[in-house]
Structures are given as C-alpha cells and as structure tokens.
Design a protein around this ligand. Sequence first.
Ligand SMILES: [Fe+2]
Length: 198
Amino acid sequence: MAFTLPKLNYSFEALEPYIDAQTMELHYSKHHQTYLDKFVAALEKYPQLQDQKVEDMLKDLNSIPEDIRMAVRNMGGGYYNHNIFWANLASESKMSPEVEKALLDSFPSIEEFKKEFETKALSLFGSGWTWLVKNPEGKLEIINTSNQDNPISTSDVKLLLALDVWEHAYYLKYQNRRAEYVANWWNVVNWDHIAQNL
Ligand SMILES: [Fe+2]
C-alpha cells in the first residue's frame, strides 16, 4: 500500500508557541490519520486505484468510480491537503529573494500579500483551506476552497502554500480567534518549500 502519513521534519513541539504541541499531535496522529484510513478504506474495492497518486485522482475526480468519488474527494483530499500543510511548516525559515520577487510580481508588496492572504482566510465560512497558487499564466493568486477540496480539482494551478483553516487546526490554543492563528502562522511558514515549487 503506497499511502502513508508523511514523516514530519520537525517535532510536535518545534512550532511552539505559534502552533502548540498538543494541536500538532492531535492534528497529525488523529485527524490526518483518519483521513488516510478512510481514503484507504474507500479504495479497497478498487485495487487498480491503489497504485495511483492521490494527486492524480484529485485532478480527475470524474474518472473515479461514482460510489467512492465523494470519499476520494473528501478523504483523499484531506489526506493530500495535510501532506502539503506539514511540508509548508518549519520552525525556522526565511523568505529567499527568489520567493520575494515572485510575490512582488503578483502583489504590490509583501505586506499587501500577507494582508490579502489573511483577509481571504478570515472570509472563509465554515471549514476549508486558503491557498497561494501559481496560475497557468505564471501569476500568483490566493484562493479559498471549502471542506477538503483542493484547487487542482478545478483548475490547472501549482500549489505553493496551504493554510488549514479548519477549527481543528487551531481551536485548542486560539479558540474562536482565527485571526490570531493566521497572523501567528506566518512565523512557521516554510518559505524554502515555496521556493522549490515556484
Ligand atoms: Fe486539518
């Protein structure tokens, strides 16, 4: 079976005080694990899908048998989105000149980019994700998706940055203060990961 939880490059405590260890542990070993388990269970009947990449399934959901399409979208999406989310985090990372330039090609300033990203995350009703993506024209854009939907299911974009804005990502430490969670999250963004994906 090809699907496993990714190994984290940092400990659960490493992102303190911005993301607390207890949230990290629950998020990874309970929430993410559950998405993975349910995704794997959905594929049981379809061995031919078990060797496919989750990314390829999400890019072409119409090719997935109808009886498991929603499970692949929700559970496969949950599995894949969290893989990206963990890779987007680091205890220490600096924005490289290359990433700064790419952001300034699409946004008036880094501050404006961050403000727009935060506003977008705060405007998301219910559960979902805020993304920085590179569109087919090479411009960077900020978009929201609901639930565990991924932008690659509806458009041909490259994923650069993913912020989990489900309450399970922040509630223990921040309760209803999503704005504070989002503002603090900038301190643990892995800018190197974005550079690799530009
Ligand atoms: Fe999550």
